[in-house]
Design a protein around this ligand. Structure first.
Ligand code: ADP
Length: 671
């Protein structure tokens, strides 16, 4: 076994590999770009080597620098993770040439599976079932159209060199063929530098079912069962599960054996995935082979109880596979959801920003089970970012992988629902609400799966925003009152929560903004600072505030106890009531206007940089123009000053911290 490896990746997969290496007593070397100097994966490794600027082309994709780093640190092998250089045959070969072990298949196997067309030709020879289609060399438009006519519409055009769902076009009719071909070729050349395409029958309502295979250098090859990755958006996986619902033992063996045949046909070694597309009746066809560890490998780990990274390390160091086919078993059911920084409502547009809050259900991290446990963990979270880290525009915006296990699919689903409800992410948009609707929806709950599930259920998955309930508005009001009680400012009568300053009973009106408009709450200060009357939507409620932590509220509303965790983001207020997130805004009529950098009490970083000095303490009262902190960016110092007289309520960073552009630096309350 190796004593030291270099992990040529970042984010969760680098942390994931490091976790197994640590467990096996193998030292780890991280590599990082400028953007990742403080990243979790760097902290997770024993040593680290800086590669270069943030863009992947200048850092994580620099094969030479990575190999030099491995040689300089004395690593014997390189784990490429997924993405970046993991399926680059040139890199695998360069590792071998430098006397380093590439923890993956031989360069020749990557090459053989690299082109979808060439791979199909090979698979045809190995008698692996293929989707009816044309995957030959000829590329003339007329010829391809004749082939499409022969196959029968709809057909799918695919870039031979494609990946990641790019370079695909569905063609419904012969008349549309030419235009679609031209557009597919344009995308193929710009994305992959290669405009060759293949044509295949477009299956309607197909399922994506893939088989995990593993081969060693001693001629053994096994399959670790299937994963169903049918729930996709724009041909990208959103939910993955194992085993595939409805899979029969016979079909599983047939698919497993076909996958093993595919791996053997290219002299495969290590972990690989053979992707099949399946009809509803179970007939299946080879789609492609991914010659690396997949993002969704944890669901296979959960149902087999095996650590696939450990297997990778053992195989790469020359050991035989730890188990034979007949020793492999499926236990229970696992589901993975990819938590992304993105905006599902805006076409899944990636989001960037700082994770000012990231909390989750109790979970094990990068592990199959809690120490000493006899069965897999109910909740596992693999995350490459921590609270306070940023999701930058340079890399994939994945925040975490949430993996759940249960004795059966229903139990796993319940664990997923609970774990999603407990997720709290503030600072950027996420797909958590969308995932909650997806797994609660009838189609997924009853395993009525196919790749069009999300499109077909648009109406329920993207509902029109609804106004917050009275309970939510009462919790929001309580959060505000509680914050004001903490920040008692005698100069501001409106901040006096007890309301006793005036002779008459104090009334106040709050106007909460939300996605579906705004809602008014009228507060009547009737008690001693612990009790209020609220008018919400024409009804009167009695609110009492119970003591709680600074970031949660506990109230009685008409005698019922309610509680929620609270996160303030300038004027934004997020409530997490254990079921879902409610985001409201409370524009402060007294907030200082006219300062671009200080909107609604937020002082934000004008550019990415580092904090070099903090000039005030938390709680300090300052006058307008008082320097608060100094940032260094692009080798220059920038002083952030108070936009008005006020109070520094919280400092969010320490000296030496890196901050992303737009990150909130401190909480400032104008006097
Ligand atoms: P990529 O390498 O870009 O991920 P794949 O060939 O793996 O491309 O296909 C990605 C997805 O596209 C599949 O998971 C499936 O949803 C859809 N797809 C691929 N081929 C077909 C087909 N012949 N018919 C219908 N859908 C398909």
């Amino acid at each position: 076994m190796f004593t030291k490896i270099l992990i040529a990746n970042r984010g969760e997969i680098a942390c994931r590999v490091a976790a197994t290496a640590r467990r096996l007593g193998i030292a780890t070397v991280a590599v990082y770009s400028d953007a990742d100097a403080q990243a979790k994966h760097v902290a997770a490794c024993d040593e680290s080597v800086h590669l270069g600027p943030a863009p992947a082309k200048e850092s994580y994709l620099c094969a030479d620098k990575i190999i030099a780093a491995a040689l300089a640190t004395g690593a014997q092998a390189i784990h490429p993770g997924y993405g970046f250089l993991s399926e680059n045959a040139g890199f695998a070969q360069a590792c071998a040439d430098a006397g380093l072990v590439f923890i993956g298949p031989p360069a020749s196997a990557i090459e053989a599976m690299g082109s979808k067309s060439a791979a199909k030709a090979l698979m045809e020879k190995a008698a692996v079932p293929l989707v009816p289609g044309y995957h030959g060399q000829r590329q003339e438009s007329d010829f391809l159209r004749t082939e499409a006519d022969r196959i029968g519409y709809p057909v799918l055009l695919k870039a031979s060199a494609g990946g990641g769902g790019k370079g695909m076009r569905v063609v419904e009719r012969s008349e549309d063929f030419e235009v679609a071909l031209a557009s597919c070729k344009r995308e193929a050349i710009s994305s992959f530098g290669d405009d060759r395409v293949l044509v295949e029958k477009y299956l309607t309502r197909p399922r994506h079912i893939e088989i995990q295979v593993f081969a060693d250098g001693h001629g053994h090859c096994v399959y670790l069962f299937e994963r169903d990755c049918s729930v996709q958006r724009r041909h990208q996986k959103v939910l993955e599960e194992a085993p595939a619902p409805g899979m029969s033992c016979g079909r599983r063996a047939a698919m497993g054996e076909a996958a093993v045949a595919a791996a053997r046909a290219v002299g495969y070694v290590g972990a690989g995935t053979v992707e099949f597309i399946a009809n509803q009746d179970g007939t299946f066809y080879f789609m492609e082979m991914n010659t690396r560890l997949q993002v969704e490998h944890p669901v296979t780990e959960m149902i087999t109880g095996l650590d696939l990274v450990e297997w990778q390390l053992r195989v790469a160091s020359g050991e035989p596979l730890p188990l034979k086919q007949e020793q492999l078993r499926i236990q229970g059911h696992a589901i993975e959801a990819r938590i992304y920084a993105e905006n599902p409502e805006k076409g899944f547009l990636p989001a960037i920003g700082t994770l000012t809050r990231m909390r989750s259900a109790p979970a094990v991290e990068f592990a199959l089970a809690a120490p000493g446990a006899t069965q897999p963990a109910a909740v596992r979270i693999d995350a490459g970012v921590r609270e306070g880290d940023a999701i930058s525009p340079f890399y994939d915006p994945m925040i975490a992988k949430l993996i759940v296990w249960g004795a059966d699919r229903d139990a796993a689903l319940r664990n997923m629902a609970r774990a999603l409800a407990q997720y709290q992410v503030v600072g950027l948009a996420t797909n958590i609400g969308f995932l909650q609707r997806l797994i609660a929806g009838q189609a997924f709950a009853t395993a009525d799966l196919d790749t069009g599930l999300i499109e077909r259920h648009r109406d329920t998955l993207f509902p029109a925003p609804v106004a917050p309930t009275a309970d939510t508005l009462a919790l929001a009001t309580a959060a505000l009152l509680q914050r004001e009680q903490r920040n008692q400012d005698s100069r501001d009568p409106w901040a006096q929560t007890s309301g006793w300053r005036l002779n008459t009973r104090l009334q106040r009106c709050l106007n909460f903004e939300h996605d579906s408009g705004n809602s008014e709450v009228r507060i009547d200060y009737a008690g001693d600072g612990r009790q209020w009357q609220l008018q919400i939507g024409g009804n009167t409620h009695t609110l009492a505030l119970h003591a709680a932590n600074t970031d949660s509220v506990r109230i009685s509303l008409d005698g019922r106890t309610l509680q929620a965790d609270v996160a303030w983001e300038g004027e934004g207020l997020h409530l997490f009531d254990g079921r879902s997130q409610h985001s409201l805004r409370l524009p402060d009529p007294m907030a200082h206007a006219g300062h671009a950098e200080a909107e609604g009490g937020r002082l934000t970083a004008p550019m990415p940089g580092k904090i070099v000095a903090l000039l005030v303490d938390q709680g300090a009262s300052v006058t307008q123009g008082t320097p608060l902190l100094i940032m260094e960016a692009m080798k220059m110092e920038h002083t952030i000053a108070a936009p008005s007289a006020g109070t520094v309520e919280a400092l969010r960073y320490a000296v030496g911290d890196q901050v992303a552009e737009g990150a909130q630096l401190l909480d400032f309350k104008a006097a």
